[in-house]
Structure formats: C-alpha cells, structure tokens
Design a protein around this ligand. Sequence first.
Ligand code: HEC
Length: 246
Amino acid sequence: MKLSHESIEVNAGLMIVLTLIAISIGGLVEIVPLYYIQDTIEKVDGVRPYTPLEQRGRDIYIREGCYTCHSQMIRPFRDEHMRYGHYSLAAESKYDHPFQWGSKRTGPDLARVGRKYSNAWHTQHLANPRSVVPESIMPNYPWLLEHELDYSDIADRMRALKVVGVPYSDTEEEYLANVDEFGPAMAELLDIHRAEESLLAQAQSEDWDGDRTRLTEMDALVAYLQVLGTMVDFSKYDEGYFAEFR
Ligand code: HEC
C-alpha cells in the first residue's frame, strides 16, 4: 500500500488525474442533489419584499457601511440561538440584493433586531451610540437626522430589483398576483406605480425618528431596522431542538 501510494506521489500526471477524479466526486455529491430538490430555497410564510420606505433604509444601511461591523446571519449554534433567536433561513434573505450576511461582527448580529428596541432608542443610538450604550465603539451618524430623505428615484430602484427577481408589480397582473401572495395591503406597498405615495404613507404611519413633520434618512433606516427578522412567525416552526430555549 505504502509503495503504491508513493508511485502516485512521484508521478505528477497521475496525481493530477486522480485529484481531479476525487474532486469531481465531491462536487457531484454536493451539486447534483440541488437539481432534484423541488425548490432549493424552502418556502416560508411571511417572507416578503421590502416596502419602498424600508428599501430606502436598506440602501442607506449599505451606503453607511453598517455591514462592515454587523452581520445579518444567525448560525445554527446553540449560543447564537440563545443570544439572537432562531437561526436565519435561506428564504429570509431571498429578496436581499445584495444580501447582508456579512463576515465580521464588531457589533452584534442584526438579523432579528426588529422590534427589539423602540424607534426612539434606534434614533438616539444611531445619532449618538454612547448616549444609550456608554461602552459602545459604534460611530455616530448624526447626519441621518439632518438629511431629508431623497426618494425621487424609488420607482427606478424597485424596477432594478425587479430585474433580479424581486416581485414588485409593474402590471395589473403582477399586482393581482401580489394580492394573492402577500395580501391586499402589502400588494399596494409593493406596487411600483404607487411607490412614492406608499413611502410617504408608511413614513407617516409611525413616529420613526421622533419628528413627524420631516422625512429624514433616519425615518427610512429605522423602518428598515424594525422589520429585520420580523417577517416569519417562528412560534409556528420552532418545535425542534431549540424549543427549550424559547
Ligand atoms: C465600527 C463598527 C460599527 C459600525 C460601522 C456600525 N456599528 Fe452598530 N454597533 C457596533 C457595536 C460595537 C455595537 C454594540 C454596542 C452598541 O449597542 O452600541 C453596535 C450596536 C448596534 C445596534 C444594537 C444591536 C443590539 O442588538 O443591541 C444596532 C441596531 C446597530 N448597531 C445598527 C447600526 C447601523 C444601522 C449602522 C450603520 C448606520 C451601524 N450599526 C454601524 C458597531 C458598529
């Protein structure tokens, strides 16, 4: 046995051929099953595209580089589950372009931060993190409260996302499909032709940044943070291994 292995190791050509065969088998075992699973991303109730206001908030999240310190993916480990909640499902980021899973956590994971704090807490924390968490090393983002929210291109942004598969509706037919899938109220918010009205209506629906008379970037970012991880009702699913920690 030892001898024959040595004969492979000293013969580069044979080594390459055998390596390729070994890698191909490994690749096939991983890739082939994906073609036989009906839907590689399982369908999960509740997951929907972001509303225009949330989507603008998400753009600001990306612009400000929040992802350099925050991940949005809870791994299926006991400690993560206890700290952040149910592990992230693939379906939860299926409308995220680009996804925000991240690779580094200088701050905590944000995948389920929605409704963990009040709007007022988020506004104050983003403007000056140390005013609510004295030991925080997160930067201040005071300009979010000063900048008016620019939503003039929101319809174009939704059209661009539609190209990559997010079901914002452009035609009556698509709108009706969304009514079936997400309900009438949500279908309105996902309609490209009503994008600006929807954005303004949602901005007025809650006191996001503490001042209803102005529409700021803070309004959009807080609306986005408050929806993270809230779309799926895990009390319906969470019966397995982790149920004891609920
Ligand atoms: C330099 C790294 C860094 C950047 C950049 C950063 N954060 Fe943080 N963030 C932290 C740290 C550290 C904490 C934990 C301390 C605290 O709560 O302030 C935190 C906490 C938070 C929390 C509270 C999470 C929880 O569960 O308690 C939220 C929400 C948050 N950040 C949002 C943001 C947003 C939105 C941005 C971009 C505008 C951002 N962060 C940018 C480091 C960062």
